[in-house]
Structures are given as C-alpha cells and as structure tokens.
Design a protein around this ligand. Structure first.
Ligand code: TXA
Ligand code: MG
Length: 317
C-alpha cells in the first residue's frame, strides 16, 4: 500500500472515531472493539444512555457495568486508587485487567452503572482504536460485552451486528479481538481478590490460581451468574471424541478427528482467542450438543475453563 493510501486510511479511521465519539456523547450507544471482546458503550454519566445499555442487552439492573477510560488520570474524582492499585495499574494497564475500586462520592457516574454499589469496576483497554475512541469521548464509557445477556461474547464486529445491531448508533470495527476472552477482574478495595479469571492470568497477577478456581465455583462478582457465555447448542465438558455429541471441539494435535480444533498446536492463547468464535461456528453448523476436549487449567486456560463451565451450566433462559 502506498503512502497516500496509508494516509487516507488513517484519515478515515480518525473520522470514524470522531463520529463514534460524537454519537456517544450525544447519548447514543456505540459498540467498539477492544483486545478482549467488543464493548457496548454509553456515556457513564448519562442515566438514559446507561439505561439503554441494560435494555438492549436484557441485562438485570443488579449487575453493574465496567467503565473504560483512555488513561489513569481520567479516573480522578471517580475512583480511589490506593498505592497498591496504582502499582497494579502501572504493571497491567493498558490491558485486559479490570480493577474494582472504591467509588468517589459525587463522581457524576450514573448510579445505574454501579447498580448502587459503593465500588466501581474500571479498565484501560490496550487496543489502539479503543484508546483513540475513549480519548475522543473524553468521558468515562460504561461498556459491558456487546452481546445479549447470557449469550456468547462478540469477538468480531459482525457478531455485534448480529446480536445487537438494531440498538446501535455505530460499531467501531477493531477487527478480531486479540485476547478473545473478557478481562480479568480483581477487587482491590482490600487485599487483591480475583473475581473473574480472564485475559491476564492469576499467575501473572501473583494471585494463587487455587483462589481463582474457588472464586470461579463460588462467584462474588454480581454478574457471575452461573449460566453465561452460552451457545445455542448444549455443551459437554471434558469430552473427547464423537460419541454422544453432534459436534466435537478439540484441543491439541492428538484431536485430529475433531469437527473443529481450538488450537491444533495446543496453544492456550490461541484457544482463548478462538473459543467464542468456534462455538458460534458450530452453532451455525446446526450443532445440538458440542463436546469439548479437556483444556489445561493453568495460565489463560483457567479463564477458558471458567467460560466453558458457564456455557455448559443448566440454562434458565
Ligand atoms: O473485557 C471485558 O471486561 C469486557 C470489555 C468490553 O471491556 N467487558 C465485560 O463486561 O466483560 P461485562 O459487563 O460483560 O462483565 C463485567 C463484570 C460483571 O460480571 C459485573 O458483575 C462485574 O464485572 N462488575 C462490575 N462492577 C462491579 C463491581 N463494582 N463489583 C464487582 N463486580 C463488578
Ligand atoms: Mg459479558
């Protein structure tokens, strides 16, 4: 591609970002790509816009949202960062980590965002387009994953359009999400506690994975309802082979006979990136029951197992 092409492509991206930010600041919903999954964004200070997020997703009002900002300094007057929170922010932001922090009184954040809690979940995404967008918005952006409540999270703009298109003023297309699973959530209001395993592993954070699996089994984040991240098909865990299932989702080189493989080379990062897309693909092929091979429970494998367990849980919707 020539220099002129590059320049006009960049100018187009800049125009898209500016348009998306203007729409959001005007109270509309804008979906945007991040490195984890696509977010369904609204101005976090605007009650009506935030209410639309809950309505579009069919999300219970008791389940609070994460706010997204382009840099830590924008959290001034919104969230209280202890020295330890600052240290964690310095190591992992921008990136796939969400911190639950004490909410500052008079923050201007809509109480709908926090579901009335005295804490607020905050993230600084690393995706360059998301950061440009958040900088252009120049306000905290409340954004859950851009999918109908309980369904698979979107990792491509097309997934967002399929699930929520009718509710959106704009979709900022950031391409396929590099991490593919939601951010890790830690509560930093006291000793750091893992609330949701995700894009940054418990090992990297220095929080014992054992704690992580206990938390995954006994969730304390209000939104950690058991059935979640569900494809249309039923899901059977730790299932190798075609017996008793309509489709087999494999992992690793030994699963050559599988209908699809999360990572032929047995790479957990690749499996995380492809998990939601592959479940969608098997749904689209008309799967009734998807059997999924065992996934090692270390590193980001812990987050993969967490999502799979919820996908396989009894459905109440
Ligand atoms: O990667 C991600 O985190 C994506 C992208 C868009 O940033 N967002 C995302 O949002 O996954 P959502 O709404 O699907 O999940 C947010 C989780 C929910 O389980 C919610 O209960 C929890 O964060 N949460 C939000 N505020 C909280 C708080 N104050 N205390 C505890 N948990 C909180
Ligand atoms: Mg979600």
């Amino acid at each position: 591609m020539g220099k002129t092409d590059d320049a006009s492509r960049l100018a187009q991206i800049g125009a898209d970002v500016a348009k998306a930010a203007t729409l959001l600041r005007g109270g509309a919903l804008v979906a945007f790509g991040t490195e984890t999954v696509y977010g369904l964004g609204a101005d976090a200070r605007n009650d009506a816009a935030v209410a639309q997020v809950f309505a579009a997703k069919g999300r219970p009002a008791s389940n609070p949202l994460i706010i997204h900002v382009d840099c830590v300094s924008r959290l001034e007057g919104i969230a209280e960062l202890s020295p330890q929170a600052h240290e964690i922010a310095g190591r992992f932001w921008p990136g796939p980590l969400t911190m639950v922090l004490p909410l500052v009184a008079g923050s201007g954040i809509s109480p709908l965002v926090t579901a009335g809690l005295s804490t607020i979940a905050v993230r600084v995404p690393a995706h360059p387009l998301a950061r440009d967008f958040l900088a252009a918005c120049a306000c905290p952006v409340a954004a859950p994953s851009a999918n109908p409540s309980g369904k698979l999270s979107p990792t491509r703009a097309q997934h967002v359009a399929e699930g929520l298109g009718a509710h959106l003023a704009y979709i900022l297309d950031g391409g396929a999400c590099a991490v593919g699973l939601e951010s890790t959530i830690i509560d930093v209001t006291d000793e750091p506690r893992l609330l949701r395993p995700g894009g940054i592993s418990a090992e990297d954070l220095g929080i014992a994975p054992l704690t992580a699996s206990i938390v995954a089994a006994k969730p304390s984040a209000p939104g950690q309802l058991l059935s979640h991240y569900a494809p249309r098909a039923a899901v059977l865990l730790n299932h190798r082979g075609k017996d008793g299932v309509s489709h087999w989702l494999g992992f690793g080189p030994q699963d050559a006979g599988a209908d699809a493989n999360l990572s032929r080379r047995g790479d957990l990062g690749e499996a995380a990136q492809r998990l939601f897309t592959m479940l969608r693909v098997l749904d689209a092929r008309g799967a009734d029951v998807i059997g999924v091979s065992p996934i090692p429970a270390h590193g980001i494998g812990l987050a993969i197992n967490d999502r799979l367990k919820r996908a396989a849980a009894p459905r109440c919707h």
